[in-house]
Write a protein that binds this ligand. Structure first.
Ligand code: ZN
Length: 162
C-alpha cells in the first residue's frame, strides 16, 4: 500500500476514524470526525521528507501513546517503503494526536520507525502535541472509553463482545 501525503495537508484517506478496544482487539467504535485531520509522517520512497533530530522525550512519549491507542487497525498492514524489502517492518493502523482546537494529527503507525530509523523530523506542532498528551489519562481509559479525548457521544459502538 503506497500512501504519500504532504505533512500538514488535510487527511482524506478514510471518512471515519475507528478506535479499537485494546483488550478485546475489536474495531469497537467509529464515527465521522467533526475535527480536521492533518497528515503527518506519510512517507514514501522517492518523496523528500524533513529530517533532523527530535527530543528523546518525544520519541519515548510517542511510543508510549502507541502502546495504549489502537486506531484504524482494521484497514490492514502498511509496510515501510524506505527500508529494503526483506527488512521492512510493518505497521498496522494509525495514530491520532489532538492539536489545536478542532485539529487532530493523523499519522501512520510506522511514524516512530520513520523517526528512529530514517531520521524523519515531524513538524513542530506534532512534536508539541505529542508532548502535551495526558498519557496517564490515556493509559487509564477502559472500554467504552478509548485513549483519545474527542470521541463524539454519538459514535457507533460495537456493544457485544465476541
Ligand atoms: Zn524503514
Amino acid at each position: 500500500m503506497r500512501v504519500f501525503h504532504e505533512d500538514l495537508s488535510e487527511y482524506d484517506y478514510q471518512d471515519e476514524d475507528a478506535f479499537t478496544d485494546r483488550e478485546s482487539g475489536l474495531c469497537a467504535l467509529w464515527y465521522r470526525p467533526a475535527y480536521t485531520r492533518l497528515n503527518v509522517g506519510w512517507l514514501e520512497a522517492g518523496k523528500p521528507y524533513a529530517t533532523g533530530t527530535v527530543p528523546t522525550a518525544f520519541v519515548e512519549k510517542l511510543k508510549a501513546v502507541q502502546e495504549v491507542q489502537r486506531m484504524n487497525v482494521c484497514l490492514g498492514v502498511h509496510e515501510c517503503d524506505l527500508c529494503p524489502e526483506d527488512e521492512a517492518p510493518e505497521g498496522n493502523g494509525e495514530v491520532r494526536i489532538p492539536g489545536g482546537p478542532g485539529i487532530t494529527h493523523a499519522a501512520p503507525f510506522l511514524i516512530t520507525h520513520y523517526v528512529t530509523a530514517h531520521g524523519y523530523r515531524p513538524p513542530q506542532p506534532f512534536v508539541d502535541a505529542v508532548l502535551a498528551v495526558d498519557l496517564d489519562a490515556w493509559a487509564a481509559a477502559r472500554w467504552p472509553d478509548v485513549p483519545f479525548p474527542w470521541v463524539p457521544d454519538d459514535a457507533e459502538r460495537m456493544r457485544e463482545q465476541r
